[in-house]
Design a protein around this ligand. Structure first.
Ligand code: ADP
Ligand code: ADP
Length: 229
C-alpha cells in the first residue's frame, strides 16, 4: 500500500458572507509511496492546505477517496488518524504548558499508553530536552516550531505531513528544520511537506508534485522535474 492515496478528490467550499463558493480541489489523483520525502509545491491559494486538512480530518471532502497507509479516512477513521502526524503552519499553542506537558497531553489525546510514551526521547531528538520544564511562551520561535514537530510524533506515525514548515523563518532555522526532516526520513518515516519555495522542495524532496488552481499539473522525481526547468 502507498502512504497516501488520493483518488478524484474534490473540495468545494460553500459560499459565506466573507467569500463566494470556491472549488479548491478539482478532483485530484495522487499516490505518495512509502519511504519518500514528497514535496507538494504550489503558489498560495493552490489547494495545498485544503488537501492536508482533509487528510488531517479538519476539512470534509466534497467527493472522492483519500487513504492513509491504506486506511480510508471516512470508513477507517481511527486507523487513518493513528497513521499520520500533522505539523500545522501556525505556531499558536498551549503557551502555559511546558514542552514536556504539551507532549504528554498530546500522547493522551492519541491514547498512547504511559508505558509506550517516548516523551523525553522526542524532546531530545528535537533539541528541546533542556527546555522540558520551561513554559512554551518562553521559547523562541524556532523552539516552538520544533515543538510542533515533536507534538506530531508522539504516536509514532509512519507518515508525517508538514504544512509550510519553514514559512517565515530565517536561514539558520530553515537549515536546522531541514536536518530534522531528513533525520526522520532516514529513520523510515514517510515525509510529505507543502511549500511554495522551489528551493526547499529541491533541497529535501525526492518526488515533487505541483498543484495549481486545485489541479495536479506535474508529478515527477526531483531530477526529472529540475531537468525540464
Ligand atoms: P469568523 O470568525 O468571522 O466566522 P472564520 O475564519 O470562521 O471567520 O471564517 C468564516 C468563513 O470565511 C468561512 O466559512 C469561509 O467561507 C471563509 N473563509 C475562511 N478562510 C478563507 C480563505 N482562506 N479563503 C476564502 N474564504 C475563507
Ligand atoms: P494553499 O494552501 O495552497 O495556499 P488553500 O488550500 O488554503 O491553498 O486554498 C485553496 C483555495 O480555497 C483558495 O482560493 C482559498 O481562498 C480557498 N479557501 C481556503 N479555505 C477556504 C474556506 N474556508 N472557505 C472558502 N474558501 C477557502
Amino acid at each position: 500500500t502507498a502512504a497516501i492515496e488520493l483518488i478524484d478528490l474534490k473540495k468545494t467550499y460553500k459560499a459565506s458572507r466573507k467569500a463566494p463558493a470556491k472549488t479548491a480541489l478539482h478532483g485530484i489523483d495522487l499516490t505518495i509511496p512509502r519511504g519518500s520525502i514528497f514535496g507538494l509545491l504550489g503558489p498560495n491559494g493552490a489547494g495545498k492546505s485544503t488537501a492536508i486538512n482533509i487528510l488531517a480530518g479538519l476539512v470534509n471532502k466534497s467527493s472522492g477517496t483519500a487513504r492513509i497507509m491504506g486506511y480510508d479516512i471516512e470508513r477507517q477513521t481511527r486507523q487513518a488518524r493513528a497513521s499520520i502526524g500533522i505539523v500545522p503552519q501556525e505556531i499558536a499553542m498551549d503557551v502555559f504548558f511546558t514542552p514536556y506537558d504539551a507532549l504528554e497531553l498530546q500522547a493522551g489525546y492519541y491514547g498512547v499508553p504511559k508505558s509506550e510514551r517516548r516523551t523525553m526521547e522526542i524532546l531530545d531528538a528535537l533539541g528541546l530536552a533542556d527546555k522540558r520544564d520551561a513554559y512554551v511562551r518562553q521559547l523562541s520561535g524556532g523552539m516552538k516550531r520544533r515543538l510542533l514537530i515533536a507534538k506530531a510524533l508522539v504516536h509514532n506515525p509512519p507518515v508525517l505531513i508538514l504544512d509550510e514548515p519553514t514559512a517565515g523563518v530565517d536561514i539558520e532555522l530553515r537549515r536546522q528544520l531541514w536536518d530534522y526532516v531528513q533525520e526522520l526520513h532516514a529513520r523510515g518515516t514517510t515525509v510529505i511537506l507543502t511549500t511554495h519555495y522551489l528551493e526547499e522542495a529541491e533541497a529535501l524532496c525526492d518526488q515533487i508534485a505541483i498543484i495549481h488552481h486545485g489541479r495536479i499539473v506535474a508529478n515527477e522525481s526531483k531530477d526529472t522535474l529540475l531537468s525540464r526547468m
